[in-house]
Design a protein around this ligand. Structure first.
Ligand code: 9WN
Length: 440
C-alpha cells in the first residue's frame, strides 16, 4: 500500500467518525454545534454517503425525514430534535405545531430545500437491492411522490418551473444571486419578529450572512408562518425565485422517481413527463446566452437574475444538449475552476474574477463539497468524464489537506465554517467509493 492510499484510508475512517459523532439516533445533524437538528438536503447527501458503509443508517436518514412530512406533501427543511440544542429559528419561531398540515409528533420548519431525496433513495436501494432494499423503496415511494406532487402543485405558479419562497430554500442562503430580490424586500420594523442569532455567537460573524439579510429572512419566515406556509395568494409573496439548481435537481428527482416506480410496479409516467417539461423550460427560460450558462429567474421582478453562480452548472444534470453544454463547459473551465492539489479542481460558488466574489463569505465565493459533487455528477451526465474526475480529485484534495470543513476558501484552500461537517464526510466517502482516485 502506498503512503497516499494509506492516508486516504485514514481519511475514510475519519469521515466515518465525523458521521458517528453527528449521529442523533435516527438521523444525522449537519454539524456538531452550528446545525444541531436534521436538515433535509443534508440528510439526502448523508444517506448517499452512508449507503455503502452503514446501510441501516442511510435508510433511517430518509425514513425519519419523511416521517416529518406535512399532509400537503411539504418535506420540511429542518426536523427539530432536542429542544436543548440552540438554533435560531427555533421550533417556536416556526410554530409548526399550530399548522394543521404539520406532523403532530415532531416540530419542523415550514419551508423546504432542494429535492435530492429520490436520487438518494435510489442510491440507498442500489447499495442493497435485496428484500430489505425493496421494502425500503416501497415504503418511501408514496411519500416521495407526495413531496414531488407538492412542488409541482404549490410551487409552479404560472410556469412549470417551481419557485422557492425563501433564500434558505435554495440551500445557498446568502448567494449574491438573491441580493437584489432580498434588497427589494422592504419590511416595516414591526414586520420583523424579534430574534437572537445563534450562528454569529458560534462563528465569526463576518463569514456569515449579514444582519440585514437575517432581518429579511426573519420577515419572510414570519410572513409565511402567518399563512401556515401555504399562502392563499402565492403570486403576492414578496420573494419568488425559480432557482436553476433547485429545478435541475427536480428534473433528476422526477427521473429517479420514475425509476423507483418501475422497480416497485407503480406508474412513473407522470414523473417522466414532468421531468421532460421542466428540462425544456430550464433551457427556454433560464438559459442566458450572454453569460453562457443558466441563471435563476426572479418571478417578482419578472426577469432573469444575471449572476453566474456555481449552482447554475447544476443544469448539466438535466442534460442541456451538445450546443449549450459546450458553452457551459467553456465558462466552467475558463471562469470558475481553480486548481487544487496535484491534479484537482475546486469550484468556487462565485467566480474569483466576479466583483461579487468574497473569499470566505459563506455562499458568496467559497467552494462547497456538495456543489462540487453535484456538478461532477452533471459532468458525468454530459459525458465530460475528465473534468468530473478532476473535480472529484478536488474534493479529495481539499479534504486531505484541510479536513472535513463546511466550505473552503478558493484562494488559500483553507477550511472554513464548521469543522467535522457531515455532508463533506459523506460525500468524501461516496467520492472514494465511486472513482478509483487512489489508484491513479
Ligand atoms: C439555514 C445545514 C444547512 C444547509 C444549508 C446551509 C445552512 C442554514 C443556516 O446550513 O443553512 O437552513 O442556518 O445557515 O446554507 O445549505 O442545508 O447544513
Amino acid at each position: 500500500m502506498t503512503s497516499e492510499s494509506a492516508n486516504l484510508e485514514e481519511l475514510a475512517l475519519e469521515a466515518l467518525s465525523v458521521l458517528e459523532d453527528n449521529w442523533l439516533g435516527r438521523s444525522t445533524k449537519p454539524a456538531p454545534h452550528l446545525y444541531p437538528h436534521q436538515w433535509s438536503w443534508d440528510s439526502a447527501f448523508i444517506a448517499i454517503g452512508n449507503a455503502s458503509v452503514r446501510w441501516d443508517r442511510a435508510a433511517s436518514e430518509l425514513v425519519s425525514l419523511f416521517e416529518a412530512q406535512w399532509t400537503t406533501g411539504l418535506l420540511p427543511h429542518i426536523v427539530f430534535g432536542s429542544r436543548q440544542a440552540e438554533y435560531w429559528p427555533s421550533p417556536e419561531a416556526w410554530g409548526s405545531e399550530a399548522c394543521v398540515a404539520a406532523p403532530s409528533m415532531v416540530a419542523t420548519s415550514g419551508i423546504c430545500q432542494p429535492p435530492v431525496h429520490a436520487w438518494a433513495a435510489r442510491r440507498v436501494f442500489e447499495a442493497r437491492p435485496d428484500e430489505a432494499g425493496h421494502d425500503f423503496l416501497e415504503s418511501i415511494f408514496e411519500p416521495m411522490a407526495a413531496w414531488h406532487e407538492y412542488l409541482h402543485r404549490e410551487r409552479a405558479i404560472g410556469s412549470p418551473l417551481v419557485e422557492i419562497w425563501h433564500p434558505w430554500e435554495s440551500g445557498m442562503d446568502n448567494s449574491p444571486a438573491w441580493d437584489e430580490a432580498v434588497a427589494a424586500l422592504r419590511p416595516r420594523p414591526e414586520e420583523i419578529p424579534h430574534y437572537r442569532r445563534v450562528d454569529t455567537e458560534l462563528m465569526d460573524p463576518t463569514v456569515r450572512p449579514s444582519d440585514d439579510h437575517y432581518d429579511r429572512y426573519a420577515f419572510l419566515l414570519e410572513r409565511l408562518r402567518l399563512e401556515d406556509y401555504s399562502p392563499a395568494a402565492p403570486q403576492d409573496h414578496p420573494f419568488r425565485v425559480r432557482d436553476v439548481l433547485f429545478n435541475s435537481l427536480l428534473v433528476v428527482a422526477d427521473r429517479q422517481l420514475a425509476w423507483i416506480a418501475e422497480r416497485i410496479g407503480a406508474d412513473g409516467s407522470l414523473a417522466l413527463q414532468r421531468a421532460e417539461t421542466l428540462s425544456c423550460e430550464i433551457d427556454r427560460v433560464l438559459w442566458n446566452d450572454e453569460l453562457g450558462m443558466h441563471v435563476s429567474f426572479d418571478a417578482v421582478a419578472d426577469a432573469q437574475i444575471p449572476q453566474r453562480i456555481a449552482g447554475g452548472f447544476g443544469a448539466l444534470l438535466a442534460d442541456p444538449g451538445p450546443e449549450l453544454t459546450s458553452r457551459i463547459l467553456e465558462v466552467l473551465e475558463s471562469e470558475f475552476l481553480v486548481p487544487v492539489g496535484a491534479s484537482g479542481f475546486m469550484l468556487p460558488t462565485v467566480a474569483v474574477s466576479d466583483p461579487a466574489f468574497e473569499t470566505s463569505g459563506y455562499w458568496r465565493g467559497p467552494a462547497w463539497v456538495q456543489i462540487m459533487w453535484l456538478v461532477a455528477a452533471g459532468l458525468d451526465t454530459v459525458g465530460s468524464d475528465a473534468l468530473a474526475d478532476r473535480l472529484r480529485r478536488g474534493v479529495v484534495g481539499l479534504v486531505a489537506a484541510e479536513g472535513f470543513w463546511e466550505y473552503f476558501d478558493p484562494i488559500t484552500a483553507r477550511g472554513h465554517g464548521s469543522a467535522r461537517f457531515s455532508w463533506t464526510a459523506a460525500l468524501f466517502l461516496d467520492t472514494m467509493s465511486e472513482s478509483p482516485i487512489a489508484d491513479h
